[in-house]
Design a protein around this ligand. Structure first.
Ligand SMILES: Nc1nc2c(ncn2[C@@H]2O[C@H](COP(=O)(O)OP(=O)(O)OP(=O)(O)O)[C@@H](O)[C@H]2O)c(=O)[nH]1
Ligand SMILES: [Mg+2]
Length: 251
């Protein structure tokens, strides 16, 4: 397994330093690289990461804030062009995704029935999964979002909005990433849907999600509204034009 961890950042100068310190300890055992995808954060996140001089950390600097989906798509494109990795991990910078949960996720990716075409989904809402210090309102939003997407799209997964995942490179290469449009957090739903359409092996691994300590959330009403209408639209397309979405998302 040769993994790269993609970490999108927007004004995460304190959190990203803490996360990279934790990953550095983990790096002694496991071999991976990190790609920080920064949207020209005003708090100079990218310069701060650069000054740490970690040989295994690269930065993809983007001109301005364009949303989580756009940042990840740029990261995927960058990584696939290098032809270096077998797996791509996606992880938030704010400490909500714990480095301690990575071994179980790596192991699920390695032992998946079809390890060349698989997605491992870090899952809060399953036995063994949990959330720490997350406000009740956010928990409700996350559970309701997953429940709605599950019903609208008919995907039997327990956490469709979480962003702590591993994709095999074979799976990413089989998808039309350029056809994806989600800007905000519904990007996670779009990727789960495309993975399912491609016939990928889907493994859920319980994780503990911890509320951020530093920095501020980028969650907004616009992001919630985008997720709601996009999911509704995807659900309708699935019912009215079966297979259209498969042609759209899978090469
Ligand atoms: N490059 C880039 N990163 C982003 C953008 N929006 C959010 N992020 C990053 O995506 C990750 C998740 O964003 P958060 O604001 O923590 O969102 P969240 O985890 O859903 O919400 P909270 O629970 O409120 O923290 C963090 O690492 C952010 O810095 C963006 O527009 N561009
Ligand atoms: Mg967060």
């Amino acid at each position: 397994m040769r993994a790269v961890i993609l970490i999108p950042t927007y004004n995460e100068s304190i959190s990203i330093v803490e996360l990279l310190e934790k990953l550095a300890k983990f790096h002694e055992k496991y071999s991976f690289d990190v790609l920080v995808i920064d949207d020209n954060s005003p708090d100079r996140t990218a310069d701060i990461v650069d000054s740490l001089n970690n040989s295994w950390v690269q930065i993809l600097r983007r001109p301005g804030k364009a949303g989580l989906g756009a940042a990840y798509r740029a990261g995927f494109e960058h990584v696939l062009a290098t032809n270096t990795y077998t797996h791509v991990v996606t992880m938030d910078a704010d400490g909500s995704h714990r480095v301690e949960d990575l071994p179980a996720m790596f192991s699920a990716a390695e032992t998946a029935e079809d390890s060349k075409k698989c997605i491992v989904l870090g899952t809060r809402w399953m036995p063994g999964g949990s959330v720490v210090n997350w406000p009740k309102s956010r928990q409700l939003l996350s559970r309701a979002g997953t429940q709605y997407a599950r019903i609208a799209l008919g995907i039997p997964l327990n956490d469709l909005t979480g962003g702590f995942r591993i994709y095999s490179v074979g799976l990413l290469e089989s998808l039309n990433l350029k056809s994806m449009t989600a800007t905000g957090y519904c990007f996670q739903i779009e990727m789960a849907m495309a993975s399912e359409l491609s016939g990928a092996c889907m493994c859920q691994v319980p994780i503990t999600f911890v509320e951020r300590v530093n920095g501020v959330s980028k969650m907004s009403n616009a992001i919630v509204i985008e997720a709601l209408w996009q999911t509704t639209l995807w659900g309708l397309t699935r019912r009215l034009r079966p297979n259209a979405d498969k042609l759209h998302y899978v090469k």
